[in-house]
Design a protein around this ligand. Structure first.
Ligand code: RP5
Length: 161
């Protein structure tokens, strides 16, 4: 079985956006643990979670937050695990505030940031990271890409019908 992926979000209001992430991880058979931890409202919990994540069996952390979206960066500060950030869409410029808060990390503490509301891609990227040391998962990812390509090819074939 592959390592666990943590899907951490800054608020339960992020959950609907992040459901596709959890479902995608499940579709690959990756155990996911969903948490609500805020960089600002529960900073001690953020530190504790990230500091212990590796020892607790996690391989990747996915962190979703909106507005002053510091969660991914704060978690990354306390772990050597890869952290994938998902900026959540807001009423401010479609979530550009979240994106910039997440992606503009200082040198030395990277966050791999996907698109605004890019929950599905965060799961796929996490799977690709875990697949480096998990041949079974690598096979599932190869099949996933082949299925996707076949779907597009079928649309290409039938679009003019
Ligand atoms: C962020 O602020 C959360 O990640 C969420 O996207 C946003 C709003 O949070 P709530 O005020 O709805 O709890 O911390």
């Amino acid at each position: 079985m592959s390592k666990k992926v943590a899907v951490v979000m800054g608020s339960d209001s992020d959950l609907d956006t992040m459901r596709p992430c959890v479902h995608r991880l499940q579709s690959f058979g990756i155990p996911a643990e969903v948490r609500v931890i805020s960089a600002h409202r529960t900073p001690a919990a953020a530190e504790q979670f990230a500091s212990q994540a590796k020892d607790n069996g996690f391989g990747v952390i996915i962190a979703a937050a909106g507005k002053a979206a510091h969660l991914a960066g704060v978690l990354a500060a306390y772990t050597t695990l890869p952290v994938i950030g998902v900026p959540i869409k807001t009423s401010m410029m479609g979530g550009l505030d979240s994106l910039l808060s997440m992606v503009q990390m200082p040198k030395g503490i990277p966050v791999a940031c996907v698109a605004v509301d890019g929950a599905d891609n965060a799961a796929i990227l996490a799977a690709q990271m875990l697949a480096l040391s998990d041949p079974d998962l690598a096979g599932k990812l190869a099949q996933f890409k082949a299925d996707m390509a076949a779907e597009v090819a079928e649309k290409d074939r039938t679009i003019g019908d």
